[in-house]
Design a protein around this ligand. Sequence first.
Ligand SMILES: [Fe+2]
Ligand SMILES: [Fe+2]
Length: 138
Amino acid sequence: MNKTTVIKKLNDMMNLEISGAMKYLQFSYMVFGLNRKPSIDFLREQATESIIHSTKIGEKILSLGGSPSISSQEDLKVRKISIEQILKESTQIETKALNGYMNLLKDVADDVVMDNFIREFISEESNHLEEIEKMLRV
Ligand SMILES: [Fe+2]
Ligand SMILES: [Fe+2]
């Protein structure tokens, strides 16, 4: 395993998770109507999960001898958006995370612990994606 490459990619994933958390939290302030309560509960759960993911990754970067560096270019504006549209954009967040972790698999293939670490994220992101896709199903 090339530690430098893995640390760099983990740092990117940490920041992707942080930007995901920010998007979910912002979405939760843009939902109105009858389904507001279950919708914001779901969105804030996803925001929390993303923070948990980014925190775990930051700790792993430290364990590997790196220094986690948080940054975000997100500029999230309040806008009028339907819950369907929020969920569609949420599938993009989850797909991006899933692809990012999938991409890391080949870099950690020779390290059982890291391989297992990444696979857990893959399993959780694919669950998130499946849940959102079910909510979008009509
Ligand atoms: Fe995540
Ligand atoms: Fe997720």
